[in-house]
Write a protein that binds this ligand. Structure first.
Ligand code: UDP
Ligand code: MG
Length: 322
């Protein structure tokens, strides 16, 4: 008997939990008797009724597991907690709770990772219909930049929605970084991936949890986590300054030889000082970003704190036991 565990990060998803469960259990019950399935809801510190709804489902259905965080730690931490628990299954899936990731793809994905000889079957967005134009622009620009400067290539249309063999998840879990950028991690571990085109779907209910500022932070985490190229910018900037100052020096010398009364103008000098100052600040800023990340990694704090669970997971709350 094969085991399949579907990890579902949830943050304030009370409007979709029941719908999600109905749709997914319809699909999983249609799978052959070869499969035993678990849905692992990871409640990422929701402040609405999400956890209560999940617990009600768990009372009715033993295939429902939940891991509930002590506060909101972010989707990356929720996926990690889910994978840490689910890695014991033969196949591990990740999908959003809002039904933007169509459960109908699950059987096809399973076929690819079982009979198809693939290690991962992952969904790839075939369009961006219905998405906020500004967010689409930011997202496309981000992927263009990161793919230019990083050795880890990340497909712009790749989604977190995927089913992986446990060997892939084991490899993912060996990556110890605290500031996690899963799209990069999925690509970094490699393996044989089957991409499945998936039309963009509207959220079934509720609202997106990703504001533009959250997305920007995510983009910065992605770039700094997967390339040291920005550190090299300071080298290019200093080369540019050296060149400019040499040109300026030669120019001033020649002017002095031609006309001994020549004095370099004040505004020009000030502009040069500001120019150099700004360059130094940019370099220090980039350095600071990396150092702050090194500091976060060195502190080695846990990525999340579990307050309640019905899994045999390490938790710090008062409830639990499988
Ligand atoms: N999510 C989460 N923690 C967060 C933000 C989001 O667990 O801090 C979950 C959310 O409940 C959903 C998934 O991550 O299941 C994707 O979030 P959302 O649908 O808001 O993002 P979008 O689809 O708009 O990119
Ligand atoms: Mg969504």
């Amino acid at each position: 008997m094969n085991t399949l565990a579907l990890v579902v990060p949830c943050f304030n998803e009370q409007d979709v939990i029941a719908m999600f469960y109905d749709e997914v259990s319809k699909v999983t019950s249609s799978l052959s008797a070869e499969y035993s399935t678990e849905i692992v809801f990871v409640d990422d510190g929701s402040s609405d009724n999400t956890l209560k709804l999940i617990k009600d489902l768990a009372l009715r259905d033993p295939m429902v597991k939940y891991i509930s965080f002590s506060r909101n730690f972010g989707k990356e931490a929720a996926m990690l907690a889910g994978m840490n628990y689910a890695v014991k299954a033969d196949f591990i899936g990740i999908m959003d709770a809002d039904l933007q990731h169509s459960p109908d793809l699950i059987p096809q994905m399973l076929d690819y990772v079982t009979a198809g000889g693939y290690d991962v079957a992952a969904a790839r967005r075939s369009d961006r219909d219905g998405e906020n134009k500004f967010k689409s622009f930011l997202s496309q620009s981000f992927y263009k930049v990161i793919n230019k400067i990083s050795d880890t290539k990340i497909s712009e249309s790749a989604q977190d929605f995927r089913i992986m063999k446990s060997s892939v998840v084991k490899a993912i879990l060996t990556m110890p970084e605290k500031i996690r950028f899963s799209k990069g991690i999925f690509s970094w571990v490699g393996f044989n991936v089957k991409w499945i085109d998936h039309a963009n779907r509207e959220r079934a209910a509720g609202q997106t949890k990703w504001s533009v500022s959250k997305l920007m932070k995510y983009a910065v985490d992605g770039i700094l986590g997967f390339t040291s190229f920005p550190l090299r910018i300071s080298f290019f900037v200093s080369a540019l300054f050296t060149f400019c100052s040499l040109v300026g020096l030669i120019y001033a010398l020649i002017r002095n030889i031609i006309n001994s009364d020549y004095i370099c103008s004040m505004p020009l000098t000030l502009a040069a000082i500001f120019f150099v100052g700004a360059g130094i600040c940019v370099s220090l800023g980039i350095l600071g970003e990396y150092i702050s990340r090194v500091y976060t990694e060195v502190k080695d704090r846990p990525e999340y704190v579990i307050a309640q669970t019905n899994t045999r997971n390490k938790f710090y709350g008062t409830e639990g036991a499988e």
